[in-house]
Design a protein around this ligand. Structure first.
Ligand SMILES: Cc1ncc(COP(=O)(O)O)c(C=O)c1O
Length: 378
């Protein structure tokens, strides 16, 4: 079976892990710090805070703004963690529709969804395509509302020559097993705001004002003393995934270039198939291509195409069923008497199918997927 994703792991990652094993410090420590500094430098922000997932990062990013109620605007097409982050904090997610081309938050609908209760906006760079950040930031700044980028799908993407993750109050990344770069499980929050970063370092470590590494080695001598200054969570990254992250970060641009080469082959192969739509890339962005989302013009074909490809040993997926269609959120919105309107998302998601895409895909595998797709209509 050709998988949808395949992480690119090898000797470089093992060598970094060995250094951590040899140091005998595998918890939150110097490798995590080194990875945070390297990641902040890569993105172009002053700070980076390592977490054990993007879900944790999103929760902390919302909690770090002191949000305990009100509304957080999220796009309809995303992984549920974006919306869960609001609910974890006692706020309500408000569903914003997506742009038909990019499948990212639609600024015109964002404008409509803002109310006096809006506490934050979380645009998602879906599949690796950057959101229209200038338009979103203009709307948010006008109303004094903070923006948190959900960059879980887009490590390495560019918006107007700037890295995704440096374009808002904070940004959350995912290093889950199959993302553009991986640490097995892991995440990161980037920000330029020093006060927020310091708070996030505490919140990710149950609210303690000094982590164990700092107490043991960074202070002049070991001190058992620490204080819990607020309620935090046990969401920190540790040195084993951070070691994998160091090797992956060095490879990231090469891995993303490998993804792009396969995307170009897919696009060329599908360009004359009038029943399909290939992924869109705006002129002023560089897509990170975590996902290759193909769309069929006739939604009735989507699930049959998935079945057809499975019979040919080709795995596919759908990213993502809109948040408000999940039973939990159907009940949530009903119980809060919140109307949801996202007609573009409701229509487009039924056409979406994610094809296999990973940097180590062979020419034969790409050919097999192309032939599999095109044979559906033939
Ligand atoms: C848009 C988006 N946000 C958040 C997440 C959560 O990431 P993690 O698995 O690292 O918690 C994902 C995971 O796929 C995602 O796609």
């Amino acid at each position: 079976m050709i998988p949808v994703f395949k992480p690119d792991l090898g000797e470089e990652e093992l060598a970094e892990i060995k250094k951590v094993f040899d140091s005998h410090w595998i918890g939150l420590g110097p490798k995590t710090r080194e990875f945070e500094e390297a990641f902040a430098k890569y993105i172009g922000t002053r700070f980076a805070v390592g977490t054990n997932s993007a879900t944790a990062a999103l929760h902390l990013a919302v909690a770090g703004l002191g949000i305990r109620s009100g509304e957080v605007i999220v796009p309809a097409v995303t992984f549920v963690s974006t919306a869960h982050a609001a609910v974890y904090c006692g706020a309500r997610p408000v569903i914003c529709d997506v742009n038909k081309d990019t499948l990212c938050m639609e600024p015109d609908d964002l404008q409509r969804k803002i109310t006096p209760r809006t506490k934050a906006i979380i645009p998602v760079h879906l599949g690796g395509h950057p959101c229209d950040m200038d338009a979103i930031n203009d709307i948010a700044e006008d109303k004094g509302i903070p923006v948190i980028e959900d960059a879980a799908n887009a490590t390495g993407a560019l918006y107007k020559d700037r890295k995704i993750g440096s374009l808002a109050k904070s940004a959350c990344f995912s290093f889950h097993a199959v993302k553009n770069m991986t640490t097995g499980e892991g995440g990161m929050i980037t920000t330029d705001d020093e006060k927020l970063a310091k708070k996030l370092y505490r919140l990710r470590w149950v609210g303690i004002n000094k982590d164990t590494w700092n107490r043991a080695y960074v202070s002049a001598k070991y001190s058992w003393y620490y204080e819990v200054t607020e309620l935090g969570w046990k969401y920190h990254l540790n040195d084993v995934p951070a070691a994998i992250g160091m090797a992956q970060l060095r490879k990231l641009d090469g891995l993303n270039a490998g993804r792009r080469r396969i995307v170009e082959r897919y696009n060329a192969a599908f360009k004359d198939a009038s029943w399909l739509r290939t992924p869109y890339e705006a002129d002023n962005v560089r897509h990170a291509y975590w996902l290759y989302i193909l769309r069929v013009n006739d939604p009735a074909h989507r699930d049959n195409l998935i079945k057809h490809l499975a019979e040919k040993e080709i795995a596919t997926s759908v990213h993502f069923m809109p948040v408000h269609l999940h039973p939990y959120y159907q009940r949530f919105f009903k119980s809060k008497k919140m109307a949801v309107s996202a007609p573009v998302a409701d229509d487009e998601w039924r056409r979406m199918i994610t094809l296999p895409l990973y940097p180590s895909m062979t020419d034969d595998e790409v050919k097999q997927v192309v032939e599999g797709v095109l044979s559906f209509m033939a």
